[in-house]
Design a protein around this ligand. Structure first.
Ligand code: ISL
Length: 568
């Protein structure tokens, strides 16, 4: 058993997606000045860490996940001095700041890539993945891409550079060329940049798709094709770049070069799509010095078939099986992030809860109870603490996200029904998470005095921070109580997890135990009342530590009721 209690086992992370958090200059885009205006909201909630999504200079092809300068702030968001101010304001309130580290790829407008593209003889040519067309085919000929890989944002992962007749690799958008981590100069440049941020006072990094930085390149420099993807002209390349052959070496090197001996506590989070439990144990075993915790996606991939644009109903037992497996798999070694929402996911209350007027508050607080009571470090995504819901999208013009828009073009050009594509986007688009935070009932929800870059959800007149801050029954107040409970009770931070009723389709129940003390968590994830006496008799007489509904008949779990109970 490693050190049982690093500080982040008791911590709660709050994710700020700056473009949608708070605008301070009226241009309709959130900014650092806006974050400064709202730090007390975060302090009142009681969070320990802010993860700040990218604010670096960027053409904004993927809302800042396409970086053109790692050591600056985009004027859209403010200045480096303002960022120093945000760091100081958070630190004054005992909140740490974690930067988003996006180093699998840069923007194609980053000087490194501009130089790399300038000529096959450029000293930075090898900083990216440049390859000639396949098998002597002509550049640009259909199928001439060096591999058949399908991009995460639709289409091939290779873009032709007309000038040189070579292709460059981009696992995401064409404006996000992948860095070549095989080249030690790339790694050293990234390490130097990270040290620069730590010297500036930041407290760690959330590392974007960090398990994709090592590609399975053959000694002759070639990259393999993947198995064909049904219904697509491309193949699945993931076996050749997820958790690649040198990934642990790269992370250990980064740890030695950047983090070892740092005088302040840090938080190192590896965002890792497609990571398995076995791999997560390696990534997060403290003895191996890689990252503190993974941020994995299994539980947010259970409500679709194959890809997210083919949604299907979630089966509760699948959700429990997944979350339970991760709890068990990392029980003795390693650590996981806990989340329902982030900037890439639809809103949890719409997806896993019930956003109808009748159950929205109760289901949001029920989901919050589950989130905060698992073992791992909880992440609250901006607006989740207010029960923000999906946007009622009705038209293509309302979407902004490159992933959604690319998908629409591709799907419709391959013959899909435009209305069906739109319906899937309405349900699954990342833009659901990206509408402005709802601060008050005024026009534009107090987010901006200008025109917001993406529409404000019309439900903000009822669902907003101002209405909730002073209401002890609000979603906000419930999150605050749950965060306080993690701070106070070591059972919440460190207790062993045991899943109960794994086959039950409506009741989600588990225990957390430490040093002879046990908490029992029971949640009704449905609108049907659940009699408890037959299911979990020990719950009926137990003391309620925290619940989301006023205490009533202890033998019945009401629709979307959640209770945290102390067992004698
Ligand atoms: O968003 C997704 C599915 O809808 C994921 O596939 C997502 O692209 C993946 O989890 C990686 O996400 C991260 O890297 C992307 C960026 O677009 C995301 O916003 C970021 O969280 C590329 O940098």
């Amino acid at each position: 058993m490693p050190d049982p209690s690093p500080w982040w086992t008791r911590a709660v992370v709050y994710q700020v997606y700056p473009r949608s958090f708070q605008d301070s200059d009226g241009d309709g885009i959130g900014d650092l000045g806006g974050i400064l205006q709202r730090v007390d909201h975060l302090a009142d909630l009681g969070v320990d860490v802010v993860w700040l999504s990218p604010v670096y200079p960027s053409p904004q092809a993927d809302n800042g996940y396409d970086i053109s300068d790692y050591q600056g702030v985009d004027p859209l968001f403010g200045s480096l001095e303002q960022l120093d101010g945000v760091i100081a304001a958070l630190h004054e309130r005992g909140i740490r700041l974690v930067m988003d580290l996006v180093v699998n790829h840069t923007s194609d407008e980053h000087p490194w890539f501009v130089e790399s593209r300038s000529s096959p003889d450029s000293p930075k040519r090898d900083w990216y993945w440049w390859r000639p067309p396949r098998d002597g085919m002509a550049p640009g000929q259909p199928g001439a891409e060096p591999t058949n890989w399908h991009s995460f944002f639709s289409g091939p992962t290779w873009e032709l550079d007309e000038a040189s007749g070579e292709y460059f690799l981009h696992l995401f958008a064409a404006k996000q060329p992948d860095l070549n981590w095989e080249n030690p100069e790339v790694r050293h440049a990234v390490h130097a940049m990270m040290r620069w941020w730590l010297d500036r006072g930041v407290d760690g990094f959330r590392m974007d798709v960090i398990n994709m930085i090592s590609k399975a390149v053959a000694p002759d420099g070639s990259l393999p094709d993947g198995p064909p993807l049904p219904g697509l002209p491309h193949g699945d390349g993931t076996a050749h770049f997820l958790n690649g052959p040198r990934i642990h070496e790269y992370l250990q090197e980064m740890h030695r070069e950047v983090f070892a001996g740092h005088p302040e506590p840090l938080l190192l989070v590896g965002e890792m799509p497609g990571v398995t439990i076995e791999q997560a144990r390696l990534y997060t075993d403290p003895a191996r010095a890689e990252v503190d915790m993974v941020f994995q996606f299994e539980h947010v991939q259970l409500d679709f078939d194959g890809d997210k644009w083919n949604p299907r109903p979630l089966r509760m037992r699948d959700l429990k099986a997944s979350l339970g497996r991760w709890q068990a798999g990392l029980a003795d070694v390693g650590w996981n992030s806990l989340y329902w929402d982030n900037h890439d996911q639809p809103r949890a209350v719409s997806r896993f809860g019930d956003d109808s007027p009748q159950y929205r508050r109760d289901s949001a607080t029920c989901l919050a109870t589950l989130l905060h009571l698992h073992r791992g470090t909880p992440y609250v995504y901006q607006g989740e603490e207010l029960g923000m819901a999906n946007f009622p999208f009705t038209a293509l013009e309302q979407f902004r996200d490159v992933e959604s828009l690319n998908h629409h073009v591709q799907a419709v050009s391959h013959g899909a029904d435009a209305d069906e594509v739109l319906a899937a986007m309405r349900r699954m688009s990342r833009d659901n998470a990206r509408t402005p935070v709802q601060w008050d009932a005024s026009p534009n929800a107090g987010f901006t005095t200008g025109t917001p870059w993406i529409a404000v959800n019309p439900d903000h007149v009822e669902w907003n921070a101002q209405a909730q801050r002073s209401d002890p029954d609000s979603v906000f107040a419930h999150h605050r109580r749950l965060i306080a409970l993690r701070h106070e009770d070591p059972v919440v931070a460190l207790g062993d997890f045991s899943m109960l009723l794994p086959e039950h389709d409506e009741v989600y129940a588990f225990t957390r135990s430490l040093d002879g003390r046990t908490l029992l968590v029971v949640c009704n994830l449905s609108a049907t009342p659940q009699p408890l006496a037959g299911l979990l008799p020990e719950a009926v007489a137990a003391e309620v530590v925290l619940g989301n509904l006023p205490e009533d008949d202890p033998a019945v779990l009401r629709p979307w009721e959640a209770r945290v109970l102390r067992l004698p």
